[in-house]
Design a protein around this ligand. Structure first.
Ligand code: GH3
Ligand code: MG
Ligand code: MG
Ligand code: MG
Ligand code: MG
Length: 311
């Protein structure tokens, strides 16, 4: 198992693989009442590998957006029932859509109207007819920035794992996915005497220890398992479709293997251990009670000597 800088290289490669797996086609929702315009726009987008869906009635926007989950909206200005500006203002009231790119595509060439559209929630104003390459390039750039922003809001920069709030949301999601009688095991892992490592060998060595545990957990657990960085040297993991005893054996093996890993520091190598608390369905039925119970079990593991797992 690699140590030092190599760990972060391997880790970032593994995370790249995970991301590539999850990388989906860019999706654009076109809000446009003219069928001819829609056909033009879709041809430009398709040629550049961008998926799209069109609605000619702006009143359908929220309903369609919630199931299509667009990465950007191409918005017409003038349509029956309401204007693009009105529907964009409404969209911006919803937290989920506050940063979703809205790109106007309209023949409106009055600068006052264009500026007003931007002021009321638009990100860009393109006038028809638009060069198809410019259209695709504006859409791609906006979507890349938007996805990067979402990604960094959900992930921890040291390890690439889900951050605290996203980890909790993921447990919630996994809990909802576990049907009646379904299985879900939640575990809280905390590195032992981590403060001593920082104080003795320095913060960068501590960081490397955190990264190597992140790497080990992500490598050993399934793609369907959650591994999140819950706090400084604390990890939240959640495993669906496994019984608690089996999960405990699995995590305990990771604990034993982690304890054998040499971590590099200026004078040589050091060994580090972690403690773990586990809780599972159906003993606890909500995200917060599962996490609290895992935390309590972790405290027991710490009190009874550390470097152990408690169910
Ligand atoms: P215990 O065995 O009881 O868990 O002892 P501990 O020393 O691990 O526990 P404590 O919670 O007191 O210390 C955790 C330390 O982790 C404190 C904080 O300075 C350090 N820490 C938090 N985040 C980071 C980080 O990102 N990098 C590094 N190097 N240290 C961090
Ligand atoms: Mg129109
Ligand atoms: Mg801690
Ligand atoms: Mg602590
Ligand atoms: Mg600790």
């Amino acid at each position: 198992v690699p140590v030092g800088n190599k760990v972060s290289d391997v880790l970032s490669r593994i995370l790249d693989l995970v991301d590539m797996h999850e990388q989906e086609m860019y999706r654009v929702l076109i809000v446009e009442d003219s069928a001819t315009a829609v056909a033009h726009i879709r041809r430009s987008l398709t040629q550049h590998g961008i998926d799209s869906k069109a609605i000619n009635d702006p009143r359908l926007l929220l309903e369609v957006a919630s199931e299509y989950r667009p990465d950007a909206i191409l918005m017409d200005m003038y349509m029956p029932f309401c204007t693009g500006v009105e529907v964009t203002s409404a969209l911006r009231q919803i937290p989920e859509y506050q940063s979703l790119p809205v790109i106007y595509l309209s023949s409106e060439n009055d600068i006052v109207q264009q500026v007003e559209a931007l002021r009321l929630g638009g990100d860009q104003f393109l006038t028809k007819p638009v060069n198809p390459i410019i259209l695709a390039s504006v859409v791609k750039t906006k979507i890349e920035r938007y996805r990067e922003m979402l990604y960094s809001g959900q992930h921890d920069s040291l390890t690439g794992l889900f951050n605290h709030s996203t980890s909790k949301l993921q447990v919630e999601r996994m809990l909802n996915a576990a049907q009646a009688g379904g299985q879900l095991v939640v575990a809280m892992i905390d590195i032992d005497r981590f403060k001593v490592i920082n104080d003795t060998y320095g913060h960068p060595v501590g960081d490397q220890v955190i990264r190597s545990l992140a790497w080990l957990l992500r490598g050993r657990l399934r793609n369907t398992d959650l591994v999140g960085r819950y706090g400084g040297e604390e990890f939240l993991i959640a495993l669906p479709d496994i019984d608690p005893e089996h999960a405990v054996r699995l995590i305990d093996q990771i604990r034993l293997d982690f304890g054998q890993l040499p971590h590099a520091h200026a004078q040589g190598t050091l060994r580090v251990t972690f403690s773990c608390g586990v809780a599972a369905l159906p003993d606890y039925l909500t995200t917060s009670t599962l996490i609290e119970a895992a935390d309590d079990a972790l405290l027991d593991a710490k009190r009874s000597g550390r470097n152990r797992i408690v169910l």
